[in-house]
Design a protein around this ligand. Structure first.
Ligand code: ADP
Ligand code: MG
Length: 245
């Protein structure tokens, strides 16, 4: 593990107009660490992720990726976003492109791969999410779980060193959730650095190295899953756990 955190929030404040959405948030994610962010709706979880790749700007503090402030004038936002893969609740695949073509698009356009190399690379990424045999299918020929795995493959195709997941299983039928969590578990085991917002407490417990609880824009508790679930320190955490269990 390198000494410099892969992702670091240093006393970050984020406002939307008058609304103070992230309040003095400090959080360091080490190389290879899986941090699971939980908390009630509206507590700032999505905003935390979106600030990480500058989909949102912050007003105070600093966010650093591998030690470099993301607001540093030397930082190219497009390169930053290539470095940080993001997967959302909605998969937003191109309906008229196959799974393979959806995954190959960014490597072609952004990395300048030719058709052959992009196809090989896309097929390799689909292999990582267990979809080698579905590469030629269109999104509407795939289940929601498979489409979300294509979206993960698409993010992996940029060879990111950090992956952000924002409630990626929330829109799925319950029977399709497991296959997506399994892909995420495999990525974690491969050593991917991950910041995961989820309501799946089983995943948090089993795959998370650390659980972070947000409430009203603040990190109110942070600790190893075993301690967080068995022995929460704060009243906030006890209330949250009473509701999700
Ligand atoms: P969570 O993901 O935990 O549900 P969010 O980060 O989406 O929470 O939202 C945190 C707070 O910020 C909420 O009060 C929400 O209404 C507000 N918010 C989020 N996005 C915007 C926006 N684009 N403009 C104004 N307020 C926003
Ligand atoms: Mg959210």
């Amino acid at each position: 593990m390198s000494a410099v955190p892969e992702v670091e929030f240093d006393h970050v404040d984020k406002y939307f107009g008058e609304t103070h959405v992230l309040k003095d948030v400090s959080l360091a994610v080490s190389d290879g660490e899986v941090v699971v962010v939980v908390g009630p709706s509206g507590s700032g979880k999505s905003t935390l992720l979106r600030c990480t790749n500058r989909l949102e700007e912050i007003q105070n503090g600093e966010i650093r990726i591998e030690g470099q402030a993301i607001t540093d004038p030397d930082v190219d936002v497009n390169q930053l976003r290539q470095h940080i893969g993001m997967v959302f609740q909605s998969f937003n695949l191109f309906p008229h492109k196959t799974a393979m073509e959806n995954v190959a698009l960014a490597p072609e356009v952004v990395k300048g791969f030719d058709d052959d190399d992009a196809e090989k690379w896309a097929n390799a990424m689909l292999g990582r999410v267990g979809l080698s045999d579905q590469a030629h299918k269109y999104p509407n020929q795939l289940s929601g779980g498979q489409q979300q795995r294509v979206a993960i493959a698409r993010a992996l195709a940029m060879d990111p060193s950090v992956m952000l997941f924002d409630e990626v299983t929330s829109a799925l039928d319950p029977e399709l959730v497991g296959e997506v969590l399994e892909v995420m578990r495999n990525l974690a085991e491969e050593g991917m650095t991950m910041l995961v917002v989820t309501h799946e407490m089983g995943f948090a417990r089993e795959v998370g190295d650390r659980v972070v609880l947000m409430s009203e824009g603040r990190i109110v508790e942070s600790g190893p899953p075993r301690e967080f679930f068995a022995n929460p320190e704060t009243e906030r955490a006890r209330q949250f756990l009473a509701r999700v269990h």
